[in-house]
Design a protein around this ligand. Structure first.
Ligand SMILES: O=P(O)(O)OC[C@H]1O[C@H](OP(=O)(O)OP(=O)(O)O)[C@H](O)[C@@H]1O
Ligand SMILES: Nc1ncnc2[nH]cnc12
Length: 177
């Protein structure tokens, strides 16, 4: 499926919800896309095709919505998944990074021993907004000696300029609004 068709597919499966979770936020609800098996498969394939299977060793997904994409890509490619979790969920020694996102603040964690030095990691999530979440994920992976080979998101909110915080890395968005 070409890039235009993928963007149209995402457009057709997103619901804009005003004032969620706070007044002034236009929330991009992508649950209809995950609920449509054919569409979900097309976006997973589109992400893998963009980066190329040989460009990464493992797929990192950011809790919680990023897990849905990472699980599917990690399974489809046989690469497996690195879960990037919200604070306090991982049971062993962690690396942590705190950050601000479009509508709040949080801390992300990975197990300290989950990343091998030089391991090539594709990071996936549903939405790139301010880039705070993605930048914190990048910092965790690099602290552990991993290499982020690219980012993929379903939707990029370009007016929040998150992409600039990840330069010069490859940031791939199926839909940019
Ligand atoms: O670019 P940013 O401004 O950092 O925002 C993007 C992040 O915000 C959402 O996650 P959220 O923390 O709401 O978590 P959820 O997946 O658990 O709903 C989204 O899934 C991204 O991870
Ligand atoms: N506007 C938005 N919609 C959905 N997820 C988001 N994460 C950060 N901003 C968001």
């Amino acid at each position: 499926m070409d890039e235009k068709a993928l963007a149209d597919l995402v457009v057709g499966h997103v619901v804009d919800v005003p004032d969620f979770p706070h007044a002034g936020i236009l929330f991009k609800d992508i649950t209809p896309l995950f609920g449509d098996g054919a569409a979900f498969r097309q976006v997973v394939d589109g992400i893998v095709d963009h980066h190329g299977r040989s460009s990464f060793d493992v797929v990192a997904g950011v809790e919680a919505r990023g897990f849905l994409l990472a699980g599917a890509i990690g399974y489809a490619t046989g690469a497996g998944v690195l879960p990037v979790r919200k604070a306090g969920k991982l049971p062993r020694e962690v690396l942590a990074a705190s950050y601000a996102l479009e509508y709040g603040e949080a801390t992300l964690e990975v197990h300290r021993d989950a990343i091998e030095p030089g391991q090539r990691i594709l990071v996936v999530d549903d939405v790139l907004a301010t880039g705070g979440t993605a930048e914190a994920t990048l910092s965790l992976i690099e602290q552990a000696g991993g290499i982020v080979t690219g980012f993929s998101v379903l939707i990029e909110l370009a007016f929040l300029s998150g992409r600039a915080r990840l330069a010069p890395r490859d940031v791939h968005a199926l839909l940019t609004v």
